[in-house]
Design a protein around this ligand. Structure first.
Ligand code: PEP
Ligand code: CO
Length: 473
């Protein structure tokens, strides 16, 4: 890749940073970038991407930011979910529609039980780049570049497949566009209309132990809608349609830079490859290239926060990424694991509160709870996931802050990747439908059950609060 390596900025550079531009990150050492063997090919792909139309618009991005500002005040709840890694071969209508259905169902549970407006952000339409712990992978005597996601190379363990191929940047952009196009058409066509939750039925739902509870909510919401519409004498606008926003880990900086532009009639630069990119902890060095790139764009940003994060590191990131303390700009996605959250989260909340900064706190109960079964499969125990979410609610309530969202890896398909849940999946049953390419995802039932837990906790928070905002979808 075409970056040069320099040292991180000094303390004085931190308080008075060098001018930002979409390419200013290139002065710094960028972690987790592929090494391409042909700079001419890279340049060609980059130039092509720069000219292709944007995937999202600045006004959608600003809408999302203002909704996130409400989440930071406890008035909305962020539901961010989707695959760990999207793959090109799964850009298929049923897979996309099923993901949308489960996100819609989960959000309906939150609206109904939690009485909170929900912001739906998919880990989709661009979640194609993955951070890796090592640049290479060795099997027997063969060492090849690690698989870095379909945006970079292919997963098969052959030299040809693992070669980082810049053409894939264009293929990833195209598939993101196809996915978004399908999602937008479904939403515009009425698929996400709260009057018609029957559109979101998934075939296998009827066998689910949770099906009845969910059906009860659907009927209840239908009745409330009809009641409100009778009162208003018309259809209630905002709930006819719900919005979806897109997000992905902003890992591959050339890809992100190529879609970062000025737009007419608004100041600043927008990254138009997704509404809400996030920075993983592996690339969250305050002096590193990723933080440099993301500090300069207008989008709302997520930052993953895990066990190694110190108070100084976090407040430094908050200062750099949101120097004007703009509400809705920054979502801190904590992912500690059920056994660690209580030891780490309280100090970090305290540090952000002492700094007087406005953030959305979001719990990712997936990535700190990954374990291996005795047969070597990566899994997550549903009880650990539930426990981390419950603890997160408790810790935030105790600290006087809001848990403003959850970030989960899920699929609308009937997979067996995480153990536990209503059907009591065990280690042996995992192999029945273990399909993930990277991390284990919640299946439909587990995602619904988790939403029911979150809804209960939100309802409890409502009961504890003195005042409530209006309740619509
Ligand atoms: C992810 O979100 O898929 C991921 C890799 O998370 P983390 O960086 O928090 O481990
Ligand atoms: Co993951």
């Amino acid at each position: 890749m075409t970056t040069t390596t320099t040292t991180a900025p000094s303390a004085s550079a931190r308080t008075n940073p060098a001018p930002w531009s979409p390419e200013s990150w290139r002065r710094l050492d960028a972690e987790q970038q592929p090494s391409y063997d042909d700079p001419v090919e890279v340049e060609r792909a980059f130039e092509q991407l720069r000219k292709l139309p944007p995937l999202v618009t600045s006004w959608e991005i600003e809408n999302l930011k203002s909704q996130l500002a409400e989440a930071s005040r406890g008035q909305r709840f962020l539901l961010q979910g989707g695959d760990c890694a999207e793959v090109f071969s799964e850009c298929e209508s049923s897979i996309i529609a099923n993901k949308l259905k489960i996100l819609l169902q989960a959000s309906l549970v939150l609206v109904h039980g939690g009485k909170r407006r929900v912001i739906r952000v998919g880990r989709f339409a661009g979640q194609y780049a993955k951070p890796r712990s090592s640049d290479t992978e060795t099997r027997d005597d063969v060492t090849l570049p690690s698989y870095r996601g379909d945006l970079v190379n292919a997963i098969e363990f052959t030299e040809a497949a693992r070669r980082p191929d810049p053409e894939r940047l264009i293929r990833g952009y195209e598939r993101s566009a196809l996915t978004l196009n399908f999602i937008r058409s479904l939403v515009d066509g009425g698929f996400a209309d709260l009057h018609h939750p029957e559109y979101w039925d998934l075939e296998f739902v009827h066998h689910s132990p949770r099906a009845q509870e969910y059906q009860g909510m659907v009927e209840n919401i239908g009745e409330s809608l009809r009641f409100m519409e009778t009162l208003a004498g018309r259809q209630v606008g905002e709930i006819n349609r719900v919005d979806f926003y897109s997000s992905h880990e902003g890992l591959h900086l050339l890809y992100e830079e190529a879609q970062t532009r000025k737009v007419p009639h608004r100041p600043g630069y927008y990254n138009l490859s997704a509404h809400m990119p996030w920075i993983g902890m592996r690339t969250a060095d305050p002096g590193g290239a990723h933080v440099e790139f993301f500090r300069g764009i207008e989008n709302p940003l997520g930052v993953k926060v895990g066990p190694g994060m110190t108070e100084e590191w976090l407040t430094d990131l908050v200062d750099r990424l949101n120097p004007d303390d703009e509400p809705g700009r920054l979502t801190l996605i904590h992912r500690f694991g059920a056994g660690k959250i209580a030891d780490h989260l309280p100090q970090l909340i305290d540090a952000v509160q002492r700094a007087g900064k406005n953030v959305v706190w979001c719990c990712d109960p997936m990535h700190g709870n990954t374990v291996k079964t005795s047969s070597g499969l990566k899994t997550r125990r549903f009880n650990d996931i539930m426990s981390e979410v419950e603890q997160a609610f408790e810790i935030h309530a105790e600290a006087g802050s809001y848990l403003g969202g959850v970030h989960i890896e899920l699929t609308g398909d009937d997979v067996t990747e995480c153990t536990g849940g209503a059907r009591g999946l065990d280690d042996e049953s995992l192999s029945e439908a273990y399909r993930t390419f990277v991390d284990p995802r919640l299946n439909y039932e587990q995602a619904l059950e988790l939403s029911m837990l979150v809804a209960k906790r939100l309802a409890k928070a409502n009961a504890d609060a003195t005042s409530e905002g209006p309740v619509v979808a």
